[in-house]
Design a protein around this ligand. Structure first.
Ligand code: XMP
Length: 509
């Protein structure tokens, strides 16, 4: 299949580049900037995009490419840092500035060529850069400028294009059109990527790989593992066994809902393990958030190991790894500091000796959702907000007890119910209730109460790396608060979290 490669120089927007290209029906992959050129000499690679990034080309340890890459006989598009790097490698010069140009700017086209097809002479583009090119490399010509920068340049004879702005973000009015012109007209990439083909091909691949062997899958009820379960079930039917570990720390009635949908409705082989007591007793006395994550992760692994003992015949372990997980694990720009050990929870140790089956490895989250809908999973399940592996264990601050779990499940359920009822659920990214280890005085009827405080958290975010708190209407919050206090015994005060991320995180622990 034809593909466009995005070389990753660390821009927070580079996933968007690949997403946009896939929207044109062309497959796109993100690879580390230092990928061996040999791996790019593939007839399916129809073009290469050099992404933006936070570095400065002349600084020590800046991510740099070998100049020989431009000898590959295919089109290149350098975006922001990718432009500066191309220019620097081919003989241009870059000026380092301390002043950033950040925000909208007006692009004026000086000359029309294939890259500017269907784009007017003046349009708005999004800039986010410090350095800029002040002298173009030989044989490059200026096709467009903004008041402060060379914005669009092209090599006079080769298909090498550079843009200082970010075509991948929606603030650039004709950004999609720039990328489309590059992908379809300049690279001539064939539109062979579609999710229907994906499903058909994956089912064939799974059949070929698995043959007559057995596959097991830890089903969490979340979107990724549910889509994997449904897809593999379509391929191999009864030879898939799912294990659903009921930790007792799930949302209200979650366990029953998962069993109803996947075991009853889809007829998938799902074994439900009721491990509530194991989790609760292992968490006794533990209050530190990271320690809780460890205990929950280890309890899960122990249960899974026992399960594996009873399913010795299974050769394959299916996992809901998706493309952002793959990109994160191979980034050459270096890991960011661990704030929370998310990825350790629910991860299974290598010594379990399975062959891994990860059919969603190439998909972005919204593509996973589309595949789920195509496979018949109800929209309400597919569009659910994310739920952390350690579940309510990290939403009950301090020690976890059965009584607190019951209180929180009910409060959270009211919040979510009201969001649906008021048509707000789909408009926010993640919402939930948190139970604080603090009691306050209240008055109900004519009586004094002394009960727990519940915090409501709702975040709006694109990638969960940064977020703002959702501006939910006051009347809505008032109603949720009243319902929680009236209907959930154990809570007499509700507060709303108005912290963005950073400095807060989305979860409280
Ligand atoms: P934070 O709290 O880091 O959350 O802003 C970002 C996203 O990650 C989820 N999250 C977790 N997911 N295990 C998970 O599987 C975890 O330990 C964990 N902690 C946070 C959180 O719900 C949000 O979607």
């Amino acid at each position: 299949m034809d593909k466009i490669i995005v070389l990753d120089f660390g821009s927070q927007y580079n996933r968007l580049i690949a997403r946009r290209i896939r929207e044109f029906g062309v497959y796109s992959e993100i690879l580390p900037f230092d990928t061996d050129i040999k791996n790019l000499e593939d007839k399916n690679v129809k073009g290469i995009i050099l992404s933006g990034g936070p570095s400065s080309v002349y600084e020590e340890n800046a991510p740099i490419l070998k100049k020989e890459i431009f000898e590959l006989d295919i089109p290149f598009l350098g975006i922001c840092y990718g432009m500066q790097l191309t220019q620097m490698l081919l003989g241009g010069t870059i000026t380092k500035t301390t002043k950033r140009e950040y925000g909208k700017s007006e692009l004026t086209l000086l000359k029309k060529t294939a890259i500017t097809k269907n784009i007017p002479t003046k349009s708005t583009v999004w800039m986010s850069h410090g350095d800029h090119v002040d002298h173009l490399a030989d044989n490059f010509e200026l096709l467009g400028k903004t008041p402060s920068a060379f914005a669009l340049v092209k090599h006079k004879t080769k298909p090498l294009y550079n843009v200082q702005f970010h075509p991948e973000v929606t603030h650039t009015d004709y950004g999609k059109q720039f990328l489309k012109n590059f992908t379809l007209d300049i690279c001539n990439a064939k539109q062979e990527w579609s999710l229907d083909n994906f499903i058909e091909q994956k089912i064939n691949n799974i059949n070929t790989r698995v043959q007559n062997e057995e596959v097991i899958l830890a089903l969490s009820g979340g979107v990724d593992s549910s889509v994997v379960a449904t897809l593999i079930h379509q391929a191999i039917g009864e030879r898939l066994t799912c294990v659903f570990v009921d930790t007792g720390l799930l949302r209200k009635d979650e366990g029953d809902k998962v069993m109803d949908l996947y075991a009853k409705h889809f007829n998938i082989n799902v074994i439900r393990i009721n491990a509530k007591q194991d989790f609760l007793s292992n968490l006794t006395g533990i209050t530190d958030p990271e320690q809780k994550r460890k205990v929950i992760g280890n309890t899960f692994i122990d249960i899974f190991k026992t399960f594996k003992e009873d399913h010795k015949d299974a050769t394959f372990l299916a996992q809901g790894t998706i493309y952002p997980d793959v990109i994160e694990s191979m980034s050459a720009i270096g890991p960011s500091e661990t704030i929370k050990s998310h990825h350790n929870v629910g991860g299974l140790p290598k010594e379990l000796n399975f062959e891994l089956l990860e059919p969603l490895r190439e998909l972005f989250k919204d593509e996973v959702r589309k595949v789920g809908l195509k496979l018949g999973i109800p929209k309400q399940m597919i569009m659910r907000h994310p739920f952390p592996g350690p579940g309510l264990g990290i939403r009950i601050l301090g020690e976890v007890t059965q009584a607190k779990v019951d209180i929180l499940k009910n409060a959270d359920n009211i919040f979510i119910e009201e969001l649906y009822y008021n048509d707000l659920y789909g408009k926010v990214s993640q919402s939930f209730a948190v139970l604080l280890p603090v009691k306050t005085v209240g008055v109900m009827g004519d009586k004094r109460t002394y009960e727990f405080v519940c915090a409501l958290r709702s975040a709006d975010t694109f990638d969960f790396m940064t977020a703002t708190f959702s501006k939910l209407p006051h009347t809505f919050l008032e109603n949720v608060s009243a319902r929680i206090i009236n209907e959930v015994s154990g809570i007499n005060r509700v507060v709303y979290d108005i912290t963005s991320k950073p400095p807060g995180t989305i979860e409280w622990e």
